[in-house]
Write a protein that binds this ligand. Sequence first.
Ligand code: AMO
Length: 451
Amino acid sequence: MERILIKDLGKHVGEVVSIKGWVSVRRDQGKMVFFDFRDRSGVVQGVVLPKSPAIETAKDVRVESAVAIEGKVNARPEKNVNAKVQNGAIELEVTGIRVLGRAEALPFDISVDGYNLDLTTELDHRALTLRHPRLQAIFKVQAVIIDSFREYMKSQDFFEFQAPAITPATAEGGAEVFQIDYFDKRAYLTQSPQLYKQIVMTAFERVFSVNKVFRAEPSATTRHITEIVSLDAEMGFIDSWRDVRDMSENTVRYILQEVGKKCAKELEFLGATLPTMLDSTPTLSLTEAQEKIFAATGRDVRGHKDLNPEDERELYEIIKKETGSDFVYVYGYPTRQKPFYVYPNPENPEFNEGMDLLCRGVEWLSGGRRINDYKQLLEHLRIWNMEPKKVEMFLEAFRYGVPPEGGFALGAERMTMQILGLKNIREATLFPRDMNRIDHRLSDVEAPDGQ
Ligand code: AMO
């Protein structure tokens, strides 16, 4: 008999059907056994009656076994209809259970209601915990975030390119890179496709990439991981950094809209509310943001080179109260604190035309205008104490006619975390890497303490 997906069972009331999936729940009530079965499309309740040929197997089969089920789709009596759940108006009267993959006894409860694991156990046992609907919901939302980024970029005529992961140079400045042995040479895992996206932009005008980047962040925070999915964009022929701001804002707006449309069920299940984005997102210079923090809290961070996490949280609260926006752009950072390619404000070159977008108090996007003038780039390299020879390939593109340009990058895990209101970025990362974690249960390296 041809397999039917669980989501389509409602169209087969009165028929005998075949489904395949996993046993989510088994409730043995003595004479009868009740089940919840799930496949990639949803969940349905099944019942095995005392006279069913499947009753012996039903009493034996373990939760999480992979099974093939035959049964009749019955309409539930009126009093048992549950309009709030999928397939709440039907029930499968099971006549056959074939075990396709036997499950051992579970080390812990992963049922919807019984699941109660700390994050370390959850991550150590991803191979099993990923079957829980909460975790699946998180990664479905993440997949929609990444898809929507691609969709929007393509709709705006951006060309997708593949950025290298192994690089001989460090784009974002020195320290936080993983060095690797590359035959007899030194190389790094890429920190950012920054220099490559600028090069490729000089040929294709508008480009984007979805790629892994690696940061050897020596910090154990709830917002840092070492392997990140970076959503990068770069565009030529801009008039000012505000064009980049607007493109990034529209990209984020589209992503939120698609998550709202395609993940309503997941958002509800996770109790998440999409962040509010106004028609025009509040946009402040770093100096203005610091003034605001000082005025509202008395904490004087004026003149600091950047916002720290506490500043970001406070700024969020101020802006939320003033405007209702969950987002705020901050632009104009001290030029010398940022990479050499960031464009200095011509009227006040001490500050640059770089920007960050914060969502609910956490930075999730960076970008801005870049220097497109070859001579100015050389001058910056001199001031930054960098040898032009070491970025010759990058410079070459800029010797041959590059328009005013800029771009941005979003971290997919930070976006997932902030959209869903998760407390730790590791919850929003399928197999997170940090200072202590690289799937020790998949390696011959001994587990670090506490794992
Ligand atoms: P930046 O270094 O700010 O900018 O990174 C861009 C975005 O990537 C995410 N991100 C991280 N997420 C989790 N853990 C980390 N350790 C981490 N580091 C970065 C954040 C951040 O906003 N080349 C520039 C972008 C550009 O100017 O186009 C860059 O890489 O969401």
